[in-house]
Ligand binder design. Structure first.
Ligand SMILES: [Zn+2]
Ligand SMILES: [Zn+2]
Length: 60
């Protein structure tokens, strides 16, 4: 099988690529509602900070 570079989402907190079988969460930015925020399992668990790339909103 060849590994193709497909656009996988990355965690906004740690920049790790999120695999389809990860128990990650995704939600729209609570402030601007435009940017889709992806968080990996570990960042969700440790409540790491995230930052919206659209409006700069930061939250736990
Ligand atoms: Zn992460
Ligand atoms: Zn935002």
């Amino acid at each position: 099988m060849s590994q193709r570079a497909i656009a996988l989402p990355t965690c906004v907190s740690c920049n790790r690529v999120i695999m389809p079988n990860d128990r990650c969460v995704k939600f729209n930015c609570p402030r601007c509602n435009k940017f889709l925020i992806w968080r990996c399992e570990s960042c969700r668990e440790f409540a790491r900070m995230y930052r919206c790339k659209e409006c700069g909103f930061e939250g736990p």
